[in-house]
Design a protein around this ligand. Structure first.
Ligand code: ZN
Length: 200
């Protein structure tokens, strides 16, 4: 790789950067050189933001999304309808739904989906935490996992666990784009998806 031609400081920076997902050796080198040429205060701000986020962000005690406090703003809000729990795969999905401002219930973030292929089982996602939240005040669990094999497997699994408790389980209608595209969901699409959700 020619690492020995660089300073040991740069080599070490390249090594750390290449541990990030999606960053190959070439990207790591490009980023390292970019960082070396950034103004000092910008580098300090970047490093500080990383250290602070890692140290201070935690999981909401209720819904398991990322938050600065014990309970996230959605769970803490008395304006939200706590009888409806929408189950999503990750905090990015929650943010996409929140941006539309059209959903009045609360969420549950699984931090993944069941995937036998990748060795991710029910115990590897925040399912136990979901089950612990289900009591008689909950009217409906809306499963909004992605329209992928993993998302569907997870939805079926949740349905089998929750329905025997006498709580309604629905699956959000197709039309909601899978994965990262969810970030661009608009109000109308979300409204249609919610209205068109089907019982499981
Ligand atoms: Zn929460």
């Amino acid at each position: 790789m020619g690492m020995e031609f660089y300073s040991s400081q740069i080599s070490s920076l390249v090594e750390q950067l290449s541990k990030l997902p999606g960053i190959g050796a070439k990207s790591a080198q490009r980023l390292a050189f970019h960082i070396i040429n950034m103004p000092q205060e910008q580098v300090v701000a970047l490093a500080g933001a990383m250290t602070n986020a890692r140290a201070k962000v935690r999981y909401c005690k209720e819904c398991c999304t990322y938050t600065d406090n014990e309970i996230c703003p959605v769970c803490a809000s008395p304006q939200r309808n706590h009888k409806y729990i929408m189950v999503v795969e990750n905090p990015r999905d929650l943010a996409a739904y929140e941006k539309t401002g059209k959903y009045e219930g609360v969420y549950h973030v699984l931090h993944g989906a069941i995937s036998p292929m990748n060795g991710t089982g029910p115990d590897d996602i925040r399912l136990r935490e979901l089950m612990a939240r289900l009591h008689e005040d909950v009217d409906e669990v809306i499963v909004a996992t992605n329209k992928t094999l993993e998302g569907d497997t997870t939805a079926t699994y949740i349905s089998k666990l929750v329905k025997p408790l006498g709580i309604k389980v629905s699956r959000i209608a197709s039309g909601v784009p899978a994965g990262g595209d969810l970030e661009y969901i608009d109000e109308v699409t979300l409204y249609r998806a919610l209205e068109g959700r089907t019982d499981m």
